[in-house]
Design a protein around this ligand. Structure first.
Ligand code: P5A
Length: 444
C-alpha cells in the first residue's frame, strides 16, 4: 500500500488528552478516532491490527473444539429478567426501548442469550459438551471510561460459553479454555499470567484473570515471581494433562487485589520471590455451574432418565483491549519506536524510497520490490510521499512494521538496505529478505 493513497491520519505531536502510551500512539498514528466518550471508530491501521488479533483468538478457540456463532448486540430484557440480572446489572447496562415500547438492551455480555439458544435445541446429555463462542461488540456504560480503548464503553470481546453434564466435565472445559488462553497470548507475544480472581457480576466461585504486567495497568496484583517461568506445554487435550497444567500455575501464589490476603501471601511466598505490581487484564474465565441454567431452565436428559441443569462457564478475551495491551508491552516511548510482533503488525515491512533527485528510480525500485513481496504474501507499506528521509523514518517507526527497506542512491544495486525496526541495517538480496520474513511469519 502507498502512503499517499492510504487513510493513515498521522499527528505531528502527541495528543495531550492521552495519558498512557498506547492511547497516545493510537491517536498519533490514526488507528482510532473517538466519536463520543468511550466510543471509538477504528481506522484502517487500527482495524488491521485488531482483525489479526481476532483471527489468532479464533484459531485458538477452534483448536479446542469451540464452535463460532454470532449473536446480536441488541438483546431483549426478558431473558435477563429470567436470570435475575436485569436489576442487578445496574447502571452499566445501556437500556433502550423499541417503537413497540419493548425493553431492550445493548449486550454487556451474553450468558443469558447463549443459554436461551442452548435450551431451545439441546435436550440430551449425548450432545454435550458444547463450547460456543462469538466475537462481537459489547457495551458497558462505564462510569469512568479512560485510557482510550483500554477501558471504553463499546469494545470488541471474544466470549465463549461451555455447557456440560456435571462438574467434572465442566472443569475439563474450563481447563481447555485455560490452555487456549495461554496459547493465544503467547502467539501475541504477551506474557499473560493466570491469577485467581473475583467473579463480580458474572458470578460463580472459580475464576482466573489473565494479566500482563504493565505499570499503567488498572489491576493490582500480588504474585510469586516464579510463575513467569512456568512451562505451558501439554502433550494432549486430556483431563489429566490439563489439570496438571493448571496445578503448575496454581502452585504459585498469584492473585488480584480482591483476592489478596497479606498473611497468606507472606507465608506462601518468601520475600525475594514476592512481586507486587500492576497489570492489564486481557482475559477472564469463570465457572458458575447452574447460576444461569437453573433460573432459565436449561436442562438435559441424563443417562438414567433423570434431568439436570447443565453446568456452565464463560470465557472472555478483550480483543480491542489487546491492541492497547500489545502497544503497552512493545512501544518504546522515548525513541518513538513501535515494534509490533509480526503476528499482528499492520504491515510486515515498510519501504522507504529516498525520493529527491533520484525520484523515479527509487520509487520504481520500491514498486518492483513491492510486487515481489506481494507474491510471497508479505504486506508492505511504501512511503511514496516527497517528505525528507528523517520524517519518513520517524513516521514508519511509529507505524511499526517490524522490518524496513531503505532505497537510497545505489538503488541500481542488487543488494538492498534492510533492517529490523530500530536496529542497524545490512545489505541483503531480495530473496534473502523474503526468506527472513517468511520464516518469522511461519513461527506463528
Ligand atoms: C466472560 C465472557 C465477561 O464478561 N462474560 C462473557 C464474561 N468477563 S469480563 O471480565 O467482564 O470481560 C472479559 C474481558 O473483556 C475485556 N473488557 C473490556 N475491554 C475494554 N473496555 C472495557 N470496558 C472492558 N470490560 C471488559 C477485558 O479484557 C476482560 O477480561
Amino acid at each position: 500500500m502507498h502512503i499517499s493513497k492510504s487513510f493513515i491520519p498521522i499527528l505531528k505531536n502527541n495528543p495531550s488528552e492521552a495519558k498512557i502510551k498506547s492511547h497516545q500512539l493510537m491517536l498519533r498514528v490514526g488507528m482510532i478516532k473517538q466519536s463520543s466518550a468511550g466510543i471509538y471508530s477504528w481506522l484502517p491501521l487500527g482495524l488491521r491490527v485488531m482483525k489479526k488479533i481476532e483471527q489468532i483468538v479464533r484459531e485458538e478457540q477452534n483448536k479446542i473444539g469451540a464452535q463460532e456463532i454470532l449473536m446480536p448486540t441488541i438483546q431483549s430484557s426478558e431473558i435477563w429478567k429470567e436470570s435475575g440480572r436485569y436489576e442487578d446489572y445496574g447502571e452499566e447496562m445501556l437500556r433502550i426501548k423499541d417503537r413497540q415500547n419493548r425493553e431492550m438492551l445493548y449486550g454487556p455480555t451474553n450468558e443469558e442469550l447463549v443459554t436461551d439458544i442452548f435450551r431451545s435445541s439441546v435436550k440430551s446429555y449425548k450432545s454435550l459438551p458444547q463450547l460456543l463462542y462469538h466475537i462481537q461488540w459489547k457495551f458497558r456504560d462505564e462510569i469512568r471510561p479512560r485510557f482510550g480503548i483500554m477501558r471504553c464503553r463499546e469494545f470488541f470481546m471474544k466470549d465463549a460459553y461451555s455447557f456440560d453434564i456435571n462438574d467434572e466435565e465442566a472443569l475439563f472445559s474450563y481447563n481447555k479454555f485455560f490452555l487456549s488462553y495461554l496459547k493465544t497470548f503467547q502467539r501475541l507475544d504477551l506474557k499473560a499470567i493466570p491469577m485467581a480472581a473475583d467473579t463480580g457480576p458474572i458470578g460463580g466461585n472459580l475464576s482466573h484473570e489473565f494479566i500482563i504486567l504493565a505499570e499503567t495497568g488498572e489491576s493490582k496484583i500480588y504474585t510469586d515471581k516464579r510463575i513467569f517461568e512456568v512451562d505451558n506445554k501439554v502433550s494432549k487435550l486430556e483431563k489429566k494433562t490439563l489439570e496438571d497444567l493448571r496445578n503448575r500455575f496454581e502452585k504459585f501464589y498469584s492473585v488480584t487485589d480482591e483476592k489478596f490476603d497479606k498473611a497468606e501471601f507472606e507465608t506462601k511466598v518468601v520475600e525475594e520471590n514476592r512481586l507486587i505490581t500492576k497489570g492489564i487484564e486481557v482475559g477472564h474465565i469463570f465457572y458458575f455451574g447452574d447460576k444461569y441454567s437453573k433460573p432459565m431452565d436449561a436442562s438435559v436428559d441424563l443417562p438414567g432418565g433423570r434431568k439436570d441443569f447443565v453446568k456452565m462457564g464463560s470465557y472472555g478475551i478483550g480483543v480491542s483491549r489487546l491492541v492497547g495491551a500489545i502497544i503497552e508491552a512493545n512501544y518504546d516511548e522515548r525513541k518513538e519506536i513501535m515494534k509490533w510482533p509480526i503476528s499482528v503488525a499492520p504491515f510486515d515491512i515498510s519501504i522507504i524510497p529516498m525520493i529527491n533527485k533520484n525520484e523515479k528510480l527509487a520509487l520504481k525500485k520500491a514498486n518492483e520490490i513491492d510486487l515481489e513481496l506481494a507474491k510471497n504474501n508479505i504486506e508492505t507499506l511504501i512511503d511514496d510521499t516527497d517528505e525528507n528521509f528523517s520524517s519518513k523514518i520517524k513516521k514508519m517507526n511509529l507505524i511499526g512494521a517490524p522490518y524496513q527497506i531503505i532505497i537510497g542512491k545505489q538503488s541500481e544495486d542488487d543488494l538492498i538496505e534492510f533492517k529490523k525496526i530500530g536496529e542497524v541495517s545490512k545489505k541483503l538480496k531480495l530473496s534473502e529478505i523474503i526468506n527472513i520474513i517468511k520464516k518469522e511469519k511461519e513461527k506463528n
